[in-house]
Design a protein around this ligand. Structure first.
Ligand code: ARG
Length: 459
């Protein structure tokens, strides 16, 4: 294929430079957006009297035919073309003749590529938010199933206080709700059309940018043509949304890996989402969760890549910006894949209530409740805390637990202890007394589930 810019130079570049410069191998995925954008552009040009209606019809028919042919496989995208924009324009001219050469009036590849990418990422955001919703639903359903399953809650990965497994899972649902919100917010700034900025300075033709933006479903047009072609904030923001989402998936992945270990034995993944070892017959590995955790690294890399590409770039368009695409495509693909595997992995996992409860019954996890008991009997919290710390120390030295220490021994630490202390430190009671808003009791968890379901219903 020839070069659109042949003229000032011969248009002949060395093979190695041509290959280096070309972006078609990755930007071909923008063909639909490029054609849709071109159809709207032809319509605007004809509406503004810049080309005739006849020309518009020819251009539109040609573009639709190209779209159909690429979709059906009848037209192969030529990897030797410089980029997708070149390929489509040249194919159009080859098919419809000289009128094809009018399409690029009052347009530049600089505003064209910015337009295509915005359209593409808007669509990708919808795909991703749909997948986030599916995952939130999977997590919420699982949380409902285990809303009363007592397990240890940790801080510093040390047993801290008893919680319900449902409560723990819901923490992830709330993170993902923020991700949903973040993508929706990112789309607001993405939803601005740069087309009509042309190379950088606007155009002398009497164009109608608002019309073209509306045709393409944009909410607004960029207000400064230089910013219009130079802005890739929406790419950086999109990849940041992907990165933080991956952070959340990776944290859950890590917990699943721990929970499925022999040491924890809290969770079993379905065979559909685990692998074995080629040598160790007993192995059942949580590879999917590990991969999600691992792939988080590449998404962070994409984020670092884009902000580094943009750093110090002078206005307006620079070829450096072509680097945005592989990064953002990789981030989007990775996130979509991770979400797709995560939702069914969660739906099909089972938790072992007995193991979780047994773990929650060890480690003096109800020591805070013992202190709270003394406070309710009139002790100050700080003193109660100290007394209970001494009791725990005594139990450890004498091989006892808070449940097996008898009342007489308790009374040596404080006269306030009575027989009702045992029900105050009963693990299930400890959980169910935590009825504060957002707390771990079954009632609080049920409320959180209802709130999530209502929110998703509205979304
Ligand atoms: N392939 C280019 C990109 O992705 C398209 C824009 C090229 N513009 C230019 N003036 N060379 O950024």
């Amino acid at each position: 294929m020839g070069k659109l810019w042949q003229g000032r130079t011969s248009g002949k570049v060395s093979e190695i430079a041509d290959d280096f410069n070309s972006s078609i191998k990755f930007d071909k995925r923008l063909y639909k957006e490029d054609i849709t954008g071109s159809i709207a552009h032809a319509k605007m040009l004809s509406k503004c009297g810049i080309i005739t209606e006849e020309d518009e019809k020819t251009l539109t028919a040609g573009l639709i035919a190209i779209l159909d042919d690429i979709n059906s496989g009848a037209l192969k995208i030529d990897d030797s073309a410089e980029d997708i924009h070149t390929f489509i324009e040249e194919t159009l001219t080859a098919r419809v003749g000289a009128v094809g050469k009018k399409l690029h009036t009052a347009r530049s590849r600089n505003d064209q590529v910015a337009l295509d990418l915005r359209m593409h990422l808007k669509a990708e955001s919808t795909v991703i938010t749909d997948k986030i919703i599916a995952l939130i639903n999977a997590i919420t359903d699982k949380a409902a199933e285990y809303k009363d399953a007592v397990c240890p809650g940790y801080t510093h990965l040390q047993r801290a206080q008893p919680i319900t497994f449902g409560h723990h899972l819901l923490a992830y649902a709330f993170m993902l709700i923020r991700d949903l919100d973040r993508f929706n917010d990112c789309v607001k700034r993405m939803d601005v059309s740069p087309i009509g900025s042309c190379a950088l300075a606007g155009t002398t033709y009497n164009t109608d940018r608002q019309f073209e933006a509306k045709e393409l479903g944009f909410n607004a047009v960029s207000q400064n043509s230089i910013d219009g072609v130079s802005d890739r904030d929406f790419v950086a923001e999109f990849i940041f949304c992907c990165s933080l989402l991956q952070t959340h998936l990776s944290r859950l992945a890590e917990e699943i890996i721990l929970w499925t270990s022999w040491e924890f034995g809290f969770v079993k993944l379905s065979d559909d989402f685990t692998t074995g070892s080629s040598i160790m017959p007993q192995k059942k590995n949580s590879d999917m969760a590990e991969l999600v955790r691992g792939k988080t690294g590449r998404v962070y890399g994409d984020l670092m890549g884009i902000i580094t590409v943009l750093k110090g770039l002078p206005l307006a368009y620079n070829k450096d910006m072509q680097e945005d695409k592989e990064l953002v495509f990789d981030a989007a693909d990775t996130v979509k894949m991770c979400l797709s595997v995560f939702a069914p992995m969660i739906s099909t996992m089972t938790a072992n209530r007995d193991n979780m409860k047994a773990a929650a019954s060890k480690g003096f996890i109800n020591a805070t409740d013992l202190a709270d008991y003394l406070v309710k009997k009139g002790e100050t919290f700080r003193t109660a805390y100290k007394i209970c710390g001494e009791i725990v120390g005594y139990c450890i030295n004498s091989g006892k637990t808070l449940e097996t220490l008898d009342l007489k021994e308790y009374k040596t630490f404080s006269e306030l202890f009575e027989n009702d202390l045992y029900s105050a430190i009963d693990i299930v009671n400890c959980v169910n007394k935590r009825i504060s808003e957002g707390g771990t009791s079954v009632a609080s968890v049920e409320k959180q589930i209802a709130e999530i379901r209502e929110l998703l219903h509205k979304n």
